[in-house]
Unconditional design. Structure first.
Length: 344
């Protein structure tokens, strides 16, 4: 069974020869330790060494203020190349005190046509082996960006007190992603198999805002992005960290093929209960706890957890750490144990 076949059968909850796997996207700070342990010199070599099924490819984006599509908007007004630490999610953004809807059009929204090169997109996917799953990491995190546009606290207050302002910003952001994704999809036709999109709605104990607000003010934009990907024949992995159980059914309704991640330590996200409630409707990705087990556990404990998950999900689960980023404090031996137990 090829990786693509395994992936598609997993999503369809059909029998597979072994679990479909995904390493995730290792944090750059973890690269040195992983490369030394596995005797490789790059992330692509690491993916090949592990014989991983899914090869992630980030949408290439380069503007005067960003070298990543997930930092395309300069809501801080810094007008310089941003880093993650300089984003405005936790501090007031451009729209923090705005009450004038006309201000939405006055903001200098970037034009993705200027900053996405189709040739670079084609080059980005060219190295992925034909039998592997080519996953476009496009994020399209419209809700998180809308929160950054105001600053998180201001955004949620605006959503309650002046929802039309929040909606206007959110829709303008979504329009940017629809345009950007179209460039990527057109440039890589026939090469992409799936995309990763998402917004973080959950904390460790529950949703950060009510299910009703998420369904009314965020998911309609997400549905536009999912529908666009589906129009290109792509499968959709939807990412949302934390305790998101109350909206899993809603994500399924708008077309998500895979829910990512199963954050093992979050409230209501225990693998068996998710399988029992949603296993006939959607596939999952994750499950191997990256908050504690992958960091502090032994290889034997990691392998035991993989076997437990395989017993719960003989199919329907892409076996992966419970967060997409392998952090630098994760022992490489535990990564090796995850993949070895996945192939027993």
């Amino acid at each position: 069974m090829t990786s693509k076949e395994r992936f598609l059968r997993t999503i369809a909850r059909e029998p597979v020869d072994r679990p479909c796997t995904w390493l995730g996207i290792p944090d750059p700070r973890a690269h040195a330790g992983l490369f030394q342990y596995f005797g490789v010199g790059s992330v692509n070599e690491l993916i090949g060494k592990l014989d991983d099924d899914i090869w992630p490819v980030e949408l290439p984006y380069h503007s005067p203020t960003s070298n990543a599509i997930y930092m395309a908007f300069d809501f801080s007004g810094g007008h310089k190349l941003q880093t993650n630490e300089e984003r405005t999610l936790n501090t007031p953004g451009y729209f923090a005190d705005c009450e004038d809807l006309d201000e939405v059009e006055r903001f200098p929204w970037p034009d993705p046509v200027k900053y996405i090169d189709p040739e670079e997109c084609r080059a980005a996917v060219a190295h992925v082996p034909e039998d592997k799953v080519c996953l476009g990491v496009i994020w399209s995190a419209h809700f998180q960006d809308a929160c950054a546009a105001f600053g998180m606290e201001n955004a949620l207050m605006t959503l309650l007190e002046m929802p039309e302002m929040f909606v206007a910003v959110n829709e303008r952001i979504t329009d940017f992603y629809l345009k950007a994704n179209e460039i990527f999809f057109e440039a890589t036709k026939g090469k992409l198999d799936a995309v990763l999109i998402g917004n973080d709605y959950g904390s460790q104990q529950g949703l950060m805002l009510s299910r009703e607000l998420i369904v009314e003010y965020s998911l309609p934009c997400t549905k536009k992005l999912i529908d666009q990907a589906k129009s290109y024949g792509l499968k959709v992995i939807h990412h949302a960290c934390g305790s998101i159980r109350p909206i899993i059914g809603d994500l399924v309704e708008i077309g998500a093929d895979v829910i990512h991640p199963i954050q093992a330590k979050a409230a209501g996200m225990e693998a068996q209960s998710l399988k029992d409630e949603f296993g006939k409707r959607v596939a999952f990705c994750g499950g191997v706890d990256a908050q504690d087990l992958m960091v502090n556990g032994t290889p034997e404990e990691v392998a035991a957890e993989v076997r437990r998950l395989r017993g719960i999900f003989p199919t329907g689960l892409i076996l992966s750490p419970s967060h997409e980023a392998i952090l630098p404090d994760t022992p490489p031996a535990n990564v090796e144990a995850l993949f070895k137990a996945g192939r027993e």
